[in-house]
Design a protein around this ligand. Structure first.
Ligand code: ADP
Length: 214
């Protein structure tokens, strides 16, 4: 099971990716999470991508492709994986094709989550996450039991640096110009399934599973 999740920032890819990963018992490979981890650890990659990410831009294809190649070389992806946030440019999609080909593997499906722009901005500005376990909340739509603290481990919730309104607009622009064209790329390969990303996470998961015939 190799799934690619497409969709604008805030469409709920990360949430669905986590649910799908536990459903199909395969790793969730999120380039956004990997870059955030590099940033937090202050690695050379982290220092390189920090300012780009905080401004809502895209990390260069070379750095991103190299990181994904290393990740997909690990043994835990043997039964499949859920790609979240990659590929994001035509060059990345082409690189992924060659990489999978060289590994003798094939994409099962590309799921594209569609959500109206106004909803995206609202969702991202209210998004908060637990820095310890990664659980994602929304101040009004999916609030934690105790305001500002994680239900699982009681850690104080934080807002991502790039969820600030001006950065959100830049990320949406980047998506429209560079990532949205990939829908056509996967449609041409008969791999694309479009899913309306509106509803509860479990409801959207059910629609996704049905689309996958599961
Ligand atoms: P979202 O989908 O909500 O924008 P992500 O967590 O997927 O957030 O990504 C956060 C940031 O990490 C992006 O805005 C970008 O700077 C960087 N990033 C993640 N994946 C890629 C990628 N495939 N190519 C380039 N930059 C990326």
């Amino acid at each position: 099971m190799i799934l690619i999740l497409l969709g604008p920032p805030g469409a709920g890819k990360g949430t669905q990716a986590k649910l799908l990963a536990s459903e199909f018992k395969v790793p969730h490979v999120s380039t956004g999470d990997m870059f955030r981890d590099h940033k937090a650890r202050g690695t050379p990659i982290g220092r390189k991508v920090q300012s780009i990410m905080d401004a809502g831009g895209l990390v260069t294809d070379d750095v991103t492709n190299e990181m994904v190649k290393e990740r997909l070389g690990r043994p835990d992806v043997a039964n499949g994986f859920i790609l979240d946030g990659y590929p994001r440019t035509a060059a990345q999609a082409q690189y992924l094709d060659l990489l999978l080909h060289s590994l003798g593997r094939q994409i099962t499906r590309c799921l594209s989550y569609e959500v109206a722009e106004e909803v995206l901005v609202e969702r991202m500005s209210g998004r908060r996450s637990c820095p310890k376990c990664g659980t994602v909340y929304h101040v009004s739509q999916n609030p934690p039991k105790r305001d500002g603290f994680c239900d699982r481990d009681d850690t104080g919730l934080v807002q991502r640096d790039d969820d600030k309104p001006e950065t959100v607009r830049k990320r949406l622009q980047e998506y429209r110009s560079k990532t949205e064209p990939l829908r056509q790329f996967y449609r041409d390969r008969h791999l694309l399934t479009e899913i309306e990303g509106v509803g509860t996470p479990d409801g959207i998961l059910a629609v996704t599973k049905k689309a996958l015939g599961r």
